[in-house]
Design a protein around this ligand. Structure first.
Ligand code: PLP
Length: 625
């Protein structure tokens, strides 16, 4: 357990059973259910779907929405806060229909709404939110069509806010609302001076792309005053960035925002809503620290701090407590999805066959290598390392000049690896380890070739060095005695995972188990529910994976409430404008020519065409028979 930190990043949603399996632990009506992930995978396979598969645990999403809302309600009650909490889920964080349907349904009892950053997202929001208690927050650039739709929604009783991101939006909102005779609910996004740490801090500070500067805000207030529309300005919004690791940054953001809010009230704006944007972080590495992939606060602390700062800033000014909105995406949805894939093959950097003896007539440098190997001891680790690297390089040079045979070179490579492994094993007992030997451990680590595409399923690892918790989903009661980096099955050298979380540090390899003959080895990448699905791309034409949603019952049984088959080869080909029928016809003509040329018979053509057509309908990932 400790090696993979499941209990740390699992926050009660994942744990490890005594027989070494990752257990999913949703809470159903107050009862914790223990569901071995491996059983779910095996049930999925029984139904004819294969790995890689993205598994969504609907109950975890439901529980997380509950945790977020309950934490705010508790903080509000404890501090006697006079306003309410009304969360909104930013659709961009996971737009999948099934996810939004679930959020809308579960969120209804909390008045949890949706945030839309584009016209398609607004359409999704309007078609899903039934509760009039819930808010729709419209961020992003808004044209007249977007605004008309939002205004009609207001007329229907929705609390649909237009958050002004740039000064040019205001005249369009004024014009459209006059034309349609509907009062808009206006929000304004401000650029706070408060900066945050972490990956996504470009959304905070003066140079942030979005939001109005304080000077532009004042101009906007003046325009609204002149138009007699200050009563429409109801919401103040800011977003400092996603995944804010440090609670101090969160506190300082709310503090600054509260002062702006207070000033807007003094200016005569209606106000009533304070929207803190996203930023509530996920502890991906379980270290509970202010490291970028973690967070140094709990959900309760986050809520309590926000409520306390608002009270302590607004009370002295006699300003009414606003409804608090947060746009938590990552923290709401990350936990609910797990990507599971199998290992296809392993490359080990070990001597193909250990060398016991070197023939008399071998090249002198090979004898030197063997002597170096035989002399390895705790005292001469560095010297042996230097000599061995030197002899191996010399032999490679000789080979390039044609002065040494392929067999001798192979002998040298084996001797080299033998020595390096011996050095690494000894170095564990050495009083201090040399930098080169430390690096050697990485260089000698295995490569586990796994059945997934990093670009399709985990794009943030490639794009921004995101870290996700990764662990085998079984055999955790066995010591993992291999060290490995993970390679996907795209033909791209960037398609690899060589950064793993290890509590307070990042390591380049992950301890894994040796493969067993005739037994699949499954690895899970956890907490992948946020952002990955739609950001993924079709690199090498690996398509969407299979997606299965799991709904657990109180008695521990479960069913697959939704199954979406991954893209077939024909699907991905059509995405890049090929017509499967045309491809088949082109291939048929080529096959027919081969018959004419006598390479194949007519009967063989039939079987070849069948293979071609069957492939077209198959999964884009590696399929075992
Ligand atoms: N709101 C806005 C305006 C955003 O840009 C984002 C994403 O960066 C979010 C909310 C969601 O943030 P998070 O996923 O950190 O909760």
């Amino acid at each position: 357990t400790e090696l993979y930190g499941v209990n740390d990043w699992g926050v009660g949603y994942f744990s490890v059973s005594e027989d070494g399996k990752v257990i999913v632990t949703p809470n159903i009506d107050g009862k914790t259910i223990e569901l071995p992930l491996l059983n779910v995978v095996s049930d999925i396979k029984d139904r004819g779907m294969d790995v890689p598969v993205l598994i969504r645990f609907e109950d975890l999403l439901e529980e997380q929405i509950g945790r977020l809302n309950n934490a705010f309600t508790t903080a509000i009650k404890a501090s006697n806060y006079q306003g309410q909490y009304r969360g909104v889920f930013p659709i961009k964080v996971n737009q999948q229909c099934h996810v939004i349907e679930e959020i809308a349904e579960v969120g209804a009892k909390y008045g949890h709404g949706l945030e839309a950053g584009s016209k398609p997202e607004l359409i999704i929001a309007l078609a899903h939110l039934e509760s009039q208690d819930a808010c729709i927050v419209c961020n992003g650039y808004k044209d007249a069509e977007f605004i008309d739709l939002g205004l009609q929604a207001c007329k229907m009783g929705y609390k649909c806010f237009f958050v002004i991101e740039t000064p040019s939006e205001l005249p369009i909102i004024i014009e459209r609302s006059r034309k349609l005779g509907i009062k808009p609910m206006i929000g304004v996004r401000v650029k706070l001076a408060s900066m945050v740490g972490g990956h996504w801090n470009a959304t905070s500070g003066d140079r942030s792309i979005f939001g109005l500067s304080i000077a532009q805000l004042i101009e906007m207030v003046d325009t609204l005053k002149a138009e007699g529309m200050l009563d429409c300005l109801k919401l103040l919004h800011y977003h400092l960035g996603s995944q804010i690791p440090n609670i101090r940054d969160i506190r300082s953001g709310v503090l600054e925002a509260c002062h702006v809010y207070n000033e807007l009230v003094k200016e005569g704006a209606a106000m009533g809503y304070l929207d803190l944007g996203g930023g509530l972080a996920v502890d991906y590495d379980g270290s509970k620290s202010n490291y970028i992939h973690s967070k140094n606060y709990t959900l309760d602390e986050y809520c309590t701090d926000i409520v306390d700062v608002i009270i302590s800033t607004l009370d002295p000014q006699g300003v009414e407590h606003p409804t608090i909105i947060t746009e938590s995406g990552r923290a709401t949805i990350a936990y609910s999805s797990v990507l599971v894939f199998n290992v296809l093959d392993v490359a080990k950097f070990e001597p193909a066959s250990p060398v016991d003896e070197v023939q008399e007539d071998e090249h002198e440098l090979i004898h030197n290598l063997k002597e170096s190997l035989d002399s390895v001891s705790l005292r001469n680790i560095q010297e042996c390392y230097n000599d061995t690297v030197y002899y191996r390089d010399e032999i490679r040079e000789l080979f390039k000049r044609g002065q040494i045979s392929l067999r001798s070179r192979s002998l040298a490579e084996n001797l080299f690896l033998q020595t390096m492994h011996r050095l690494v094993a000894l170095a564990d007992d050495a009083p201090r380890t040399m930098h080169e030997i430390e690096k050697l451990k990485e260089q000698l680590s295995d490569i586990y070739y796994c059945n997934f595409s990093l670009f399709q399923s985990l794009p943030d690892i490639w794009a921004i060095d995101q870290i996700f918790p990764i662990s085998p989903i079984h055999r955790l009661n066995e010591f993992p005695d291999r060290n490995a980096m993970i390679a996907d099955i795209t033909c791209d050298c960037d398609g690899k995972i060589d950064r793993f979380s290890n509590m307070h540090e990042t390591r380049k390899t992950l301890p894994l188990h040796d493969l067993k003959a005739n037994e699949e080895y499954y690895i899970g990448v956890f907490l992948v529910g946020a952002y990955q699905e739609t950001l993924g791309d079709l690199h090498n034409l690996f398509g969407d994976t299979n997606v299965v949603s799991v709904r657990v019952q109180k008695d521990g049984s479960y069913d697959f409430s939704d199954e979406i088959e991954g893209d077939s080869i024909a699907d991905v080909l059509t995405y890049v404008e090929y017509q499967p029928q045309n491809l088949r016809e082109r291939f048929r003509k080529i096959a027919e020519r081969s018959v004419r040329q006598g390479f194949i018979t007519g009967a063989e053509r039939q079987s070849i065409m069948k293979t071609f057509s069957d492939s077209m309908m198959g999964y884009t990932y590696y399929e075992k028979d």
